[in-house]
Design a protein around this ligand. Structure first.
Ligand SMILES: Cc1cc2nc3c(=O)[nH]c(=O)nc-3n(C[C@H](O)[C@H](O)[C@H](O)COP(=O)(O)O)c2cc1C
Length: 337
């Protein structure tokens, strides 16, 4: 029977299906269910800068109520400026203790000192790895690409120097050339890259004339940008490549391995079908491999990457021109009415 094991940033996984970061982790029973269903690793939801600042603000406010005792309090809490999200760290530690599969922490900070300080705290919980969630949506033209990228590379280097566990980076696809940035992350010591995060985008309610943030999951087919970049980066970097965004079925996961991914992260599909759905995905992957006579993932990983394809056409501009030239094909699918 086909063997599905793989490696993600040096961590051995029994198969390539990872439960990606989400709020599902808040329920330890869901995590146990995911483990039972065969999920190979879980990423704990991100600890956010806002969460850290909010809690330390509340903590300081509480302390001000005891200002008259401040000297005493300073002795009790000498690290007062480091007061942080205790609950998150405790829950993460609990998840790590309760599960046998690898648990990966995730951090989304803003300021360099927070990145480093909380990376260390997350690592101290005993997790197997750390994801840096570089979720950043520029809201002004003042910070250019160079500035943002240099800051992110600096953060990665500082975190790498501060912790001993492997560190991966989860990025969005909104870089002028994602491949160039991924290469820089690789050079800066990233043990893995997760391609790609998905930004929650705002919408407008035209009745109330207000912004609203629909809690949408990703949609079928949303994996295609990821598929392209996984295929382009295959074998170009030492860091593991994890495909994410819109991977809903075993077929989607297989496509990512064919393009060159080491493993995949799935979230929306587990919200839609329940975490037990992981067993169906794994089972179907195994059956597909048996049918194709593949014994291991390495037998077909990267088979359709840019590097391995004799016909490089699919990754080139020529494909775009060809599609435009043959755009009448679309009429067969959607006849004009
Ligand atoms: C409810 C919810 C919470 C999420 N929380 C996090 C998070 O804390 N950190 C993170 O890096 N990604 C988070 N994500 C993004 C997912 O990890 C994933 O990147 C995204 O949903 C795309 O993958 P999918 O198509 O499999 O859902 C969250 C997604 C959802 C739907």
């Amino acid at each position: 029977m086909a063997e599905l094991s793989t490696t993600y940033m040096g961590i051995k996984l029994k198969n390539p299906i990872i439960l990606g970061a989400s709020n599902m982790v808040s329920d330890i029973n869901q995590l146990k269910k995911a483990e039972q269903a065969g999920v190979a690793a879980i990423v704990y939801k991100s600890l956010f800068e806002e969460q850290i600042q909010l809690e330390s603000l509340q903590f300081e406010e509480e302390l001000h109520e005891y200002d008259f005792r401040s000297a005493e309090m300073e002795k009790i809490f000498p690290e007062i400026e480091h007061a942080g999200p205790k609950e998150h760290l405790l829950a993460l530690k609990n998840a790590k203790n309760e599960l046998t599969i690898p648990v990966i922490a995730s951090l989304n900070a803003i300021y360099s000192p927070t990145w480093v300080e909380y990376a260390k705290m997350l690592a101290e919980t005993g997790v197997d790895g750390l994801e840096l969630n570089f979720y950043r949506v520029p809201i002004s033209a003042d910070a250019d690409a160079k500035m943002i990228e240099e800051h992110q590379i600096k953060v990665l280097k500082e975190v790498k120097a501060a912790v001993k566990i492997p560190v991966s980076v989860k990025i969005s696809s909104f870089y002028t050339n994602p491949l160039a940035f991924i290469s820089k992350l690789n050079q800066a010591g990233a043990d893995g890259v997760i391609l790609f995060n998905r930004f929650f985008q705002p919408d407008i309610n035209i009745d109330s004339e207000e912004f609203d943030f629909p809690w949408d999951l990703t949609r079928k087919g949303d994996y295609q940008v990821t598929l392209r970049y996984v295929g382009l980066i295959y074998n170009k970097i030492k860091a593991s490549v994890i495909a994410n965004r819109g991977i809903k079925t075993s077929a989607d996961a297989i496509k990512m391995i064919l393009a060159g991914a080491n493993a995949v992260q799935m979230v929306s599909a587990f919200y839609e079908n329940g975490v037990s759905y992981a067993s169906t995905v794994i089972d179907e992957m195994q059956k597909w491999m048996d049918k194709k006579n593949y014994n291991s993932l390495d037998d077909f990983r990267g088979k359709l990457s840019k590097e391995k394809l004799n016909d490089e056409f699919v990754y080139k501009r020529a494909q775009y021109i060809d599609i435009l030239k043959n755009s009448d094909q679309i009429l067969k699918k959607y006849p004009l009415r």
